[in-house]
Design a protein around this ligand. Structure first.
Ligand code: NAD
Length: 255
């Protein structure tokens, strides 16, 4: 129960396959109270229809809309005064550009992918101090494609590199308020978002074979790592990128 008496916000749960679902389950089983943002009314309804979430507080928040984000954080502040953690589990790219050559990325999709997958975290952090006046912890999700090229990951890899750099700058900014921020670099896992990446099943297979643990990571394992980072057990950790990927990132070439 390392999250007992803690309350926080999970952004980016679309369905039971979402990484945010694994994180939420882990947070709740460790005693946390969780509220959500959903991209649209449709996603809000979907979450309410999921088992165990009927009475959950779910704000609709499209992160491309500043007014929408303002409203959500204003409402949370009004209702709860302060919270303890935020999970940012949001990314988007046009799936037509998650295949083929990276250089074919359009300006429009580049900017949109960066806006949703990277800037949204910075925008959320603008509210961190007012909504977590007693300190807190923030976690975002990234992927190895930020460090090395991964076929078809393309603009998402570039956005994740910017996201990881943002985590370091945000950690420097927020440290004086006792607010920590870290990223979990999750191994590949089948979700709505990842199914848009070309040949994703090949990535899953490749990563399984090269990982020291000889398997893919699970939603539960990613959830538990996030819970750790959001808990007081990680009180000295900020600005870090924690790989939770069965060791995939540690292995170069292996015969
Ligand atoms: P998912 O599709 O379940 O979640 C993505 C979420 O982003 C959805 O809930 C969607 O509604 C939300 N979103 C997209 N555009 C939005 C907008 N404009 N406003 C608000 N919300 C918006 O997929 P997932 O794989 O669970 O993705 C969660 C995070 O994990 C993403 O950052 C993703 O890049 C990262 N990640 C995924 C994998 C993987 O293999 N699935 C690996 C490493 C990191």
């Amino acid at each position: 129960m390392i999250m007992k008496d803690k309350i926080g916000l999970v952004m980016g749960m679309a369905n039971e396959y979402s990484i945010a679902y694994g994180i939420t389950k882990s947070l709740m089983s460790n005693g946390a109270k969780v509220m959500f943002t959903a991209q649209s009314d449709r996603f809000q309804q979907k979450i309410w229809n999921m088992e165990g979430f009927k009475s959950s507080k779910i704000y609709v928040c499209d992160v491309t809309d500043d007014c929408n984000i303002d409203e959500v954080f204003y409402s949370i502040k009004e209702e709860y005064d302060s919270i303890d953690f935020i999970v940012h589990s949001i990314a988007f790219s046009d799936k037509n550009e998650l295949q083929g050559k990276y250089y074919n990325t359009s300006r429009k999709n580049f900017l949109n992918a960066m806006d949703i997958s990277c800037f949204s975290l910075t925008k959320v952090c603008q509210y961190a101090n007012s909504i977590m006046p007693n300190g807190g912890s923030i976690v975002t999700l990234t992927y190895y494609g930020s460090e090395k090229t991964v076929p078809n990951y393309n603009v998402m890899g570039v956005a994740k590199a910017a996201l990881e750099s943002s985590v370091r700058y945000l950690a420097a900014d927020l440290g004086e308020f006792n607010i920590r921020i870290n990223a979990v670099s999750a191994g590949p896992i089948k979700t709505l978002a990842s199914s848009g990446v070309g040949e994703f099943s090949k990535v899953l297979e490749f990563e399984k074979n090269r990982s020291p643990l000889k398997r893919n990571i699970t939603r539960e394992e990613i959830g538990n790592a996030c819970t750790f980072l959001l808990s007081d057990l990680a009180s000295g950790i900020t600005g870090e990128i924690l790989h939770v990927d069965c060791g995939c990132n540690t292995v170069g070439i292996k015969f």
